[in-house]
Ligand binder design. Sequence first.
Ligand SMILES: [Zn+2]
Ligand SMILES: [Zn+2]
Length: 336
Amino acid sequence: MKIAMLRRHGAAALSRLPGFMGAVALATGLSMAGSRSVAASEDALIVTLLGTGTPLNEPDRFSFSNLVQAGGLNLLIDAGRGTSIRLGQLGIPLGEIDGVFLSHFHSDHIIGLGDVFSTGYIRVPTLGGRVEPLNLYGPPGTQRLADGLLLTFQSDIETRMLDEGVPEAGTQIIAHEMKDGVVFERDGVTVTMFTVNHGEKIDPSVGYRVDYKGSSVTFSSDTKYDTRLIDAARGTDLLVHETAAAPAETMENPIVRDILDHHTSPEEVGSVFAQVQPRLAVYSHVVRLFGPNGRVTMREIIDRTRNTYAGSLVVAEDLMQFIISDRGVTVVRGGI
Ligand SMILES: [Zn+2]
Ligand SMILES: [Zn+2]
C-alpha cells in the first residue's frame, strides 16, 4: 500500500504517483509508506472506497459502496455488490455498521445491502452479531426497500432466532425516509442529503456530504451535471464524483445516448471540480462504455476532464482510503 499526503496549505511542488491521473499538489513534498501506518487521529474523517464500479460484474471493481468513519462511527454510503467482502478485508464486523445511507434504488447501489443486513446479525464475533436494528437512511422509497428485505430474509430471521438465539431486535431495520438537509447528527458527525438529477424517471436520487470536525467528504452518487451538487459540495475536502463516457464512434447509438443522458460527462465533471475546488477530486463509479473497437479508456476520460479542470484528481480503486484531518488529506492505496 502506498500513502501520499496532500497538505492543506500551499502547493510548492507537483508530483505524480502511480494511479494518480494528474498532478497532485503538495506543500512540502510527498510522504510514502509501506502500510497503513499513518495513524488516524480521533479528529480524522476516514473514507474508504469499498466499491468503485458500476453494474458490470467485475472482480476487481465492485459496485458503488463507501465507508465513512468518524467519531467512532462506521457509516456506509450506498451498499453495492461486495460491500460485505470489502468490509471483511478491512476487518470491520458487519454488525458494527451504525447507519447505511442510500442514494437511489438502482441495483448497483443496493445489491449488497441484504448481505450486510442479514449476515450482520449472525452471532459470530467476526461478523458482529448485531443486537440492535440496522438504521437505513434514504429518500422516499427506503421504507419499501426495508420491507422487502425483511420479507426476503423472513425464513432466515425466523430460523436464526429459533435455532441460534439471535435477538429479534438485531433482525429489524429502521427505515428513515428523509428529505434534503441534515439527515443525521451524532458524535460530531453530520450527514447532509441533497437531491441530484439522475434522469427524470429516476426520482428520487440524492447525494451525501459528511462533515466531522472541520473535515468533509461529498459523494455525487449517480447524477447528471447539477448545480445543487456544486452548492452542497462547496468547501469540501474530498469530492467523489461519477462520470460516463463512450467511444466516439458509438455516439449515434440510441442506447449509448440514453445511458450517457443519465450521467455527467468528463468535461462537465471537470467544470464541477473547478467550481467546487475540493482539496482532492476523485473519480469513482466511472461508466466506461464499449464500442466496436473496444472500451473507452480512462486516459481518454482524464484528457477530456482536463479541458475544464487542472487541479488534483485521482481515479478510485476498490479499498483506496483517504484520511482527512486538519493536517490534510492522506491517500492510502489499498489494493484488493
Ligand atoms: Zn443509478
Ligand atoms: Zn450506479
